[in-house]
Every structure is written in structure tokens, then in C-alpha cells.
Design a protein around this ligand. Sequence first.
Ligand SMILES: NC(=O)C1=CN([C@@H]2O[C@H](COP(=O)(O)OP(=O)(O)OC[C@H]3O[C@@H](n4cnc5c(N)ncnc54)[C@H](OP(=O)(O)O)[C@@H]3O)[C@@H](O)[C@H]2O)C=CC1
Ligand SMILES: O=C1O[C@H](COP(=O)(O)O)[C@@H](O)[C@H](O)[C@H]1O
Length: 582
Amino acid sequence: MATAHFSPCSSSLKHHETQLFSEFVVVPRKSSFSTWVSQVQSRIQARKRFQLKSSNGYPLHAISLQDTGKPLANEHSESQEKEASFSESEKVGSTLSITVIGASGDLAKKKIFPALFALYYEDWLPEDFIVFGYARTKLTDEELRDMISKTLTCRIDKKENCEDKMDQFLKRCFYHSGQYNSGEHFAELDSKLNEKEAGKLSNRLFYLSIPPNIFVDVVKCASLRASSANGWTRVIVEKPFGRDSQSSGELTRSLKQYLKEDQIFRIDHYLGKELVENLSVLRFSNLVFEPLWSRNCIRNVQLIFSEDFGTEGRGGYFDNYGIIRDIMQNHLLQILALFAMETPVSLDAEDIRNEKVKVLRSMKPLQLDDVIIGQYKGHNKGGKSYPAYTDDPTVPKDSLTPTFAAAALFINNARWDGVPFLMKAGKALHTKRAEIRVQFRHVPGNLYKHNFGTDLDKATNELVLRVQPDEAIYLKINNKVPGLGMRLDRSDLNLLYRARYHKEIPDAYERLLLDAIEGERRLFIRSDELDAAWALFTPLLKELEEKKIAPELYPYGSRGPVGAHYLAAKYNVRWGDLSGED
Ligand SMILES: NC(=O)C1=CN([C@@H]2O[C@H](COP(=O)(O)OP(=O)(O)OC[C@H]3O[C@@H](n4cnc5c(N)ncnc54)[C@H](OP(=O)(O)O)[C@@H]3O)[C@@H](O)[C@H]2O)C=CC1
Ligand SMILES: O=C1O[C@H](COP(=O)(O)O)[C@@H](O)[C@H](O)[C@H]1O
């Protein structure tokens, strides 16, 4: 390997990019100049993405041209060691293969292929990559391409050159049909991958977009392939990760027979949502919030998820899980852990996940009387009839599976002692939204209390992070109405994303796929986090099921069971906007 100094007169690199890299760039002798330039550019993209991280302690040389989409985090795995043993020229000719297992399914069509295309469109993927679909359904390469282009609805749709880029993207998409438990069929997939990878250093990402009962079969077969692949092999595993502590533990142990923990990327797509990413930025990069972030000033925290549609089409899956396992134990609990954690030592994945685990392990396991459950029933509204959950042909008529739940959770530590964290999650409600609401305490000895009548709750500040739709962060404050009198008004300091940033927000799956490709684990769930999350919910789920607790019925399209209000009232909490404006 020869080194050459970077030439700043390259027309393909922008000036600031040449400056960024001039300190440590080397040109491998065997790579063409244009290949090298594009590698530099993709490394620069990666570097820009994590500039914050670099400024917080990562040495600049943590990103080197010799990596092939390699970690920006402190990863040290067997595959990395393997890579280290390859000659530099081989690394330069590396390729990335992304295989979507379960490519014929709902998630693959709705989320994974669109996210991959968006990443390709915006030049986030390495120059040399291929995408394989794998499922039992018999499809040709052309049929897969057809399926991708027909079902692809994403934020890129109406952009410049979208069709051309799509054609180029589709040329890199291939399909292999096979069973999920057949070593022979995976060997065929492996041959096809090898053929396309053409002897280059190959990094392989497998996305398990399949029902969880077949995860282990697939990993067993896919891990065989890892031994013949010569780069890293990573596996993204979709939720649900088990149904309770025991099944989750078994799944973890089975997966670990074939994969190391650092090859497993357990995805929780809520962690990839823009506003959830921003939670830590808001808190740790603004002096005004962190001093308030404790029981001293915060009265309660609400984590709310609601959908205005039922389980349509997914009743079979849902009935085995219910809303507590589908949304609370993962999406809402992950947000809670991020919200409540102590300041991590750094932005490194392990430091952040260490703090999240501490929160989860400090929590009191849920009690039955701190939870209420509901199930939607049929309803006629405006001449239209809406089905009951049990009208779904894949759901038993006597199902007690909750489609709604509200719960009060507590963290037994110095920061949060006594502060209720209220979660509410439901399907078939009146609106679709996800938000984090922080209600602050009353102002002690408030000089203006007579201006608020008898309801002092209405005078307290409230910070809202609206995760979706229409992302926003707003703070409810009290303000004087202009004029000679003294009338107070509640208004918002409002950061509405669409007004402030004139760009689309990437889908969570884009962020998470890119992170997995880059070996960034910050937004993926570590196995001890998972254990702690199940330890909180398993006793409750067992009790609900053993005692056959009947859910309170609520009409499709309503605000959910009234029991949720009684639960909140028990802790002196009112759901949602205190002034009733939302
Ligand atoms: N859909 C969504 O919005 C979300 C899904 N998830 C999770 O992602 C994963 C995939 O979800 P989704 O795409 O909806 O799932 P699907 O039910 O659509 O299944 C995906 C593919 O797996 C194969 N498959 C389905 N059932 C079985 C079975 N019993 N045995 C063997 N193969 C089967 C089918 O492919 P073929 O018959 O061609 O082999 C199917 O196309 C699941 O773990 C789900 O929980 C997580 C969040 C959201
Ligand atoms: O994980 C899941 O999430 C979706 C909601 O995701 P969103 O990004 O559209 O808010 C939910 O519908 C599904 O039941 C659940 O499995």
C-alpha cells in the first residue's frame, strides 16, 4: 500500500471536504482515483453525521479510509478483527450486501425497501452495495423490483431524478426464494451473494423482517454464511423480542449460540424517530432544561401513543401480544429510559445504554392496580360503521387481548422518587399521535394565582415533545395579555418543525438502517436492557392473563376507557393538555 497526499484540486470534492480530510487521507495504489474520491465522500458524510460525537471525544482518526462502512463507535468484534487481517487493497474493494428476510411482507414493503431507497437517493449507502430479498413466496428478480417500485411510497417520491435513481436502485435488487429453516436454500442465497460480491471484502447485513418464531431458524442458517463471508455480518432483529422474561431470555440465548451480542441489532423504531433522538439534545445541550429535570420541578411525565385505526390486517399477530407488549414494553419504555437517565459519560452507545439500564433496573415492577386495560368495540359514526377488535376473523370472539392500556410507573431513585410516569397506548382511538408531556409543579407562592381562578393546574408549565404527526416541541407558559389591565394568557413557545426546518424528516427506518450499516449501536437495544424491560412487565402480564382480567370496552374512534382518567386522578394527574386546548 502506497500513500499519496490528497490533492485539493480535485473537482469532485468540495473545499471544506478537502480540509476535513487532508490531515490523514491516503490513496491506496490499486484503487482508481474516482473510486477513492467517492469513498472519501461517503466517509465525509458519515463524519458529518457524527460531528457532534467527534467533538465530544472521538479522535478524528477514528474514521479512516481503510474502514469499510465501519464503526464510528468503539466497536471491537470478531468480524472487525477479521477485517483487520485483510490487506488494504482488499478492503478498498469492499461491498455491502443487505438481505431482507421476509421480503414479501408488510414491513419490508412499507418501511425497509423505501428506507433503503431513500438512503441510496441521498447517497448514504456505500458505492458498492446490493440488496437481496428472501422469502418463501416465489418471485423473480424482476417481480421483486416491480413490487418495490409499485409499493414504494416514501418522502423521495416527488424529488428530482427520482425515477432515474429508482431504476439504478432496482438494478441492485435481487431475490431468492427459500424456506426459513433450510440450510440448502440459504447456501443457494450465499452462492448468489458471493457471485455478486465478486471476491471483494463483503459486509453483510441481514434484516429479519419475519415473525419472531422463525428468527432462530434463520439466524442458524444465516450465521453459517457468516463463516464464508469475509467482512462483518450483522443481523437486525425486529420486535417482538419474546412475550415475557422467559421467552425473551430463551430467544437471546438461542441467538447468541450463533451470533455475538455485537452482531445483533435489536430494532425499536421509535428510537429512530427524530423527536426521540432530539430528547437528549434538548436536555443535555440547553442549560435551561437540565436543572428542572427531576422531582424538584416535574410533577408528572406522560408518554402517549394513540392510533386512529384498529389492528386491521394484523389481528393474528396482535392477539398473541396485545398493546402492552406491542407498544408499552418497548417503544414507550425506551422513551421513558432515555428521558429519565442520568447524564451518560459520553455519547458512546455503551455509555448511553448503561444509563438506560440503570433507570429500568430502578423501576418498581408494575402492579395490577396501577394499570387499566381496554378493548375497542364496534361503533357507528356519521353513517359509517367501525368494527370491533373481535370482528377480525383472525381474532377469537372471546379474546381478552387489550388494544388499550394505561399505566403508572415509578422510578425509585433520588432524581425521580414519587414522580408518576404515566403511559397510555391505544388503537382505534379518536386521533393518531405520539407525544411526551412533562407537567411541571405549581409556582410556589405564585403572585398571580388569583388570575387563574381555582384551578392552579392550569397555571403550570408544560413541555410537550410531539413525536408525530407534525413534529414539534412546545412549552406552555403564562403570559400577560397586552393592554392596560392584568389578564393572563396561556400561550406556547413553539418550535414547529415544518415552520423552522424546510426539509422532510427522514423515516426512523432510514436512520436505523444507516446506523446498523455503520455499526452504531446507540439506538439499538442491548440484551440487559431487554431483560430489565421484561422484568418490569412480566409479572403484570402474567397476572392479567392468569386472572383473565376483562378489558373495559371503548367505542372505536373514542378517547378510550374512562378508567384511564381514574388511574391518572389517583396520582393527581390530568392527561394531555391541562388547559384543554389540544
Ligand atoms: N408491519 C409492521 O408495521 C411492523 C412489523 N414489525 C415486526 O416486523 C416483522 C415483520 O412484520 P410483517 O412484515 O408485518 O410480517 P408479515 O406477517 O407480513 O410477515 C413477513 C413475511 O414472513 C413470512 N411469514 C409470515 N408468516 C409466517 C409464518 N407463520 N411462517 C413462516 N413465514 C411466515 C411471509 O413471507 P413468505 O410467506 O413469502 O415466506 C411474510 O411475507 C415481525 O416481527 C413484526 O412483528 C414491527 C413493527 C411494525
Ligand atoms: O411497532 C409498532 O409500531 C406501529 C406504529 O409505528 P408508527 O411508526 O407508525 O407510529 C404500530 O402500528 C404497530 O402495532 C407496532 O407493532
